[in-house]
Each structure stands twice: as structure tokens, then as C-alpha cells.
Design a protein around this ligand. Structure first.
Ligand code: GDP
Ligand code: MG
Length: 175
């Protein structure tokens, strides 16, 4: 605890989910406030840093985004190591991506730390007319797996900040 009463935390946060679900877009929306209609899947190999301030806690997120390795449906153990939080992303217009998201959750449960804060994110909520996965399905799976559920759109920015604030809030409580 610092003298001003503010606690400073640092947390590694990883993103998983199939290629094309919008992981990089969510991060770019959150960190830079930008959105690109055509994201090169290999762009954004990377690492971003962003700080969130809650009432008495400041959390510096070290955000790990994939560089397209998710194509092979698994990621190196190093990717998960030390992660305090994880975001599992699927695309509401793709049944397949939801099925795959469940596999990613299982992989996280095997690799990750048991206290990890996990979010199930139903992205591309703006594609309502093409919806294949009901919100209730995501919600129910999240509940069964101790995750919180949120529908986002990196395109319109719907719920993107809320997603990261909710993670920050939960991290500040589990400290
Ligand atoms: P990643 O492979 O999971 O990192 O996915 P990307 O962020 O590269 O996004 C894949 C494609 O989906 C790109 O063409 C994005 O512009 C698009 N995309 C990402 N988020 C959204 C969204 O919320 N809504 C819509 N309609 N398209 C999105
Ligand atoms: Mg990407």
C-alpha cells in the first residue's frame, strides 16, 4: 500500500479464442480506441500495457495478444504462465467459434492458475442479424465454469471498457 492510500497492482492478462473472433480488435479498441475493418491476423503479435484506476486500486495490465499461433488450437505454456486473468473470445455469428471457445476454456483450466479471473466474451454483438449463438448459451456456460460473461463489439466499442473494468474489479477483490 502506498502512502497516498492507493494500491498499485500489476496483472498479466491473456487473450485466447479462435482466429478471427476479434481478440486483437478488442485490445486495440481498449488500448488505442481504434478499430480496423480488416485486421491482418498476424498483426499485433503482441504485448500491450494499459492502466485502469478504480477507487483505491490502480491496475497495470500487461496484455498478451496472440500472433496467430491460435491457428494450431493451442498456445505455448509460456503464454499462460503467471497470468492473473484471461479473456476467452468467440464470435456470436459463428457456432464453431463458440464450440472452440469451450476448448480454450478447458485448455486454460489445465494450464492456468486456479485463481485466474476468467471472462467469456461474445464479440461482434453488432452482427445481431447473423447471430448463431444466443446470449443465454454463453451465459450458462460461463456460469458453469466460474467465469463472467459479457457481449462486446470491438466495432461499435459496446462493452469493451466494461469488460476490462470488470476484470480489474474482480482482481482487486481477489488480491
Ligand atoms: P483475432 O484473429 O481474434 O485477433 O481477430 P481480429 O481482431 O483480427 O478480427 C478478425 C476480423 O473480425 C477483422 O476483420 C475485424 O475487423 C473483425 N471484427 C473484430 N471485432 C469485430 C466486431 O466486434 N464486429 C464486427 N462486425 N467485426 C469485428
Ligand atoms: Mg489477432
Amino acid at each position: 500500500m502506498a502512502r497516498n492510500g492507493i494500491t498499485n497492482m500489476q496483472a498479466k492478462l491473456v487473450l485466447v479464442g479462435d482466429m478471427g473472433t476479434g481478440k486483437t480488435s478488442i485490445v486495440l479498441r481498449f488500448v488505442k480506441g481504434q478499430y480496423f475493418d480488416c485486421q491482418e491476423s498476424t498483426i499485433g503479435a503482441a504485448f500491450f500495457s494499459q492502466t485502469i484506476s478504480l477507487n483505491e486500486v490502480t491496475i497495470k495490465f500487461d496484455i498478451w495478444d496472440t500472433a496467430g499461433q491460435e491457428r494450431y488450437h493451442s498456445l505455448a505454456p509460456m503464454y499462460y504462465r503467471g497470468a492473473a486473468a484471461a479473456i476467452v473470445v468467440y464470435d456470436i455469428s459463428s457456432d464453431d467459434s463458440f464450440t472452440r471457445a469451450k476448448k480454450w476454456v478447458e485448455e486454460l483450466q489445465r494450464q492456468g492458475n486456479p485463481y485466474m479471473v476468467m471472462a467469456l466474451v461474445a464479440n461482434k454483438a453488432d452482427l445481431e442479424t447473423n447471430r448463431k449463438v444466443l446470449a443465454e448459451e454463453g451465459e450458462q456456460y460461463a456460469e458453469e465454469n466460474d467465469m463472467f460473461f459479457i457481449e462486446t463489439s470491438a466495432k461499435t466499442s459496446q462493452n469493451v471498457n466494461e469488460l476490462f473494468y470488470e476484470i480489474a474489479k474482480r482482481l482487486s477483490k481477489t488480491r
